[in-house]
Design a protein around this ligand. Structure first.
Ligand SMILES: [Zn+2]
Length: 284
């Protein structure tokens, strides 16, 4: 169910059918090499949220396209909001969704750089004694490595050709990189928005890490994205994904949609989280 498509009188039944669960896809607008659109992260989490909601009915709110993105302002197309604004936007948006009758809100995150701010936001809702629960999960929970892992376990992927499988195995064997704009995202957007992809431009800028900041990661500053743009100055982290295609994208999306369905089901039937929330609110 898509929030923006409903008429007013349809909301009453929809809120109940959704088990008062509403999903907000949260992406960003940032460069993904020269071969993928700047909206890649939002397109992906929006697609997963919408497809999952067709299987397990939950409400999907209009996506948040704007986020904090890591520097690299020399590249065109990036739109970066301040942390303060993002927190305020999320606070007011979730309050409005809750005022309409939803009690369980899932932030489906499509952008690695959002992890910190979304966790901060979720914790802020605990301090403010809300009568609703906000949870966050990342859409990037299944990758090319998982496909190879599952193939090794005997899983069959009818979507993939023998050439695709050979390519994926080779990519893993030679430790191909895929952090941002790489094989996974390229395959996904070739499935969801093929008209926006220019695979012939996947090596227009360097995507391999230059490892300049590795010495900082190696002493424990790993979870910190402060140095990401040092290692990846082209807003692209990936071994040029010449073998990316929509079939690989289909498999990755199928698994990520299934994971989102599972998460929605778990939260939908679970009123314990609301009771815990009330207890939490009463405890201080
Ligand atoms: Zn991305």
């Amino acid at each position: 169910m898509l929030w923006q498509n409903l008429r007013e009188e349809e909301f009453y039944g929809a809120i109940e059918e959704c088990g008062k669960v509403c999903v907000i896809p949260v992406g960003c607008i940032e460069m993904h090499g020269q071969h993928l659109p700047v909206g890649t992260d939002t397109m992906t989490c929006q697609y997963i949220a919408e497809k999952a909601a067709e299987i397990e009915p939950v409400m999907v709110a209009p996506a948040i396209w704007y986020a904090d993105v890591q520097g690299l302002n020399q590249w065109k197309g990036t739109i970066s909001f301040s942390i303060d604004l993002i927190l305020k936007m999320l606070t007011e948006l979730c309050a409005e969704i809750a005022r309409n009758g939803f009690k369980k809100i899932i932030l489906l995150n499509g952008h690695g750089g959002n992890i910190s701010v979304l966790n901060t936001f979720v914790r802020s809702t605990m301090k403010d004694k809300k009568d609703y629960v906000v949870c966050c999960r990342n859409d990037f929970c299944y990758t090319h490595k998982d496909i190879v892992h599952d193939l090794n376990k005997g899983e069959v992927f009818p979507e993939l050709t023998p050439e695709d499988i050979a390519y994926l195995r080779d990519f893993v064997d030679r430790a191909g990189q895929t952090g941002h704009g790489g094989l996974n995202e390229t395959s996904i957007i070739m499935r969801t928005n093929p008209e926006t992809v220019r695979l012939d431009r996947c090596d227009a800028v360097e995507g391999e890490s230059n490892h300049k900041a590795d010495y900082l990661y190696n002493v424990g500053f790993k979870g910190c994205t402060r140095f990401w743009a040092i290692n990846q100055p082209n807003s692209y982290h990936g071994t040029a994904p010449y073998g990316a295609n929509d079939r690989i994208g289909e498999v990755i999306l199928k698994k990520r949609i299934a994971a989102q369905v599972e998460a929605c089901r778990a939260l939908k039937k679970d009123d314990q989280v609301l009771e815990w929330n009330e207890e939490w609110n009463r405890s201080w």
